[in-house]
Design a protein around this ligand. Sequence first.
Ligand code: ADP
Ligand code: 5GP
Length: 189
Amino acid sequence: MPAVSCRLTLIAGPSGVGKGTLVAQLLARHPDIWLSVSATTRAPRAREVEGEHYFFLSRENFEQQVAAAGFLEWAEFSGNLYGTPRQPVEEMLALGRPVLLEIELEGARQVRQSFPAGFQVLIKPPSFGELERRIRGRGTDGEEAIAKRLERARVELQAEAEFDGVLVNGDLGEALVALEQMIGLPAGQ
Ligand code: ADP
Ligand code: 5GP
């Protein structure tokens, strides 16, 4: 079922595959979509803004939120905790706004339990070599973080069969149009 009917779309895929890039372009073309801002214990990268890219929390603070059932889902990724604040997602769905989550595999599995009608898309790289080039090209992660992310990428890519749709992000423009079609959106501007 396309996302517009169920109103919750989830995008997953290995770090560096281009999820953030695709999502930014999708939002620019479809301003009615509401993107969930996650919480994380990871340190902010250069140019990341509190409340816009993430809510940056201490581990203690994050764990308090977990205990208070404040997250729709949460998971550990590459040594840091990431979670989707529950309340804003529920509020936006109640208002009838299309909701978009961009999260990793373990979280996607949890959301599949709580929102079985949601539409989940896995974004894949054209090749593993290209994925590594993109992570390195982004220039935001040290060697240790890159190694962890690439190791995790192999696991994420093996989960392809769990997803409602799979998309290769080769040419960005083509991937964007294919994503719009897959989730039932009209072509953007
Ligand atoms: P993610 O959010 O999945 O971790 P990003 O959106 O940060 O990935 O993209 C990682 C890097 O790859 C960025 O430098 C981005 O500009 C680049 N990138 C994204 N999509 C493409 C594409 N289709 N072709 C080439 N480079 C891309
Ligand atoms: P990054 O550190 O590169 O911003 O994100 C690392 C991974 O965490 C990415 O795969 C991203 O999709 C995922 N992620 C971001 N927010 C959340 C979240 O709220 N929950 C889960 N489970 N994963 C998230």
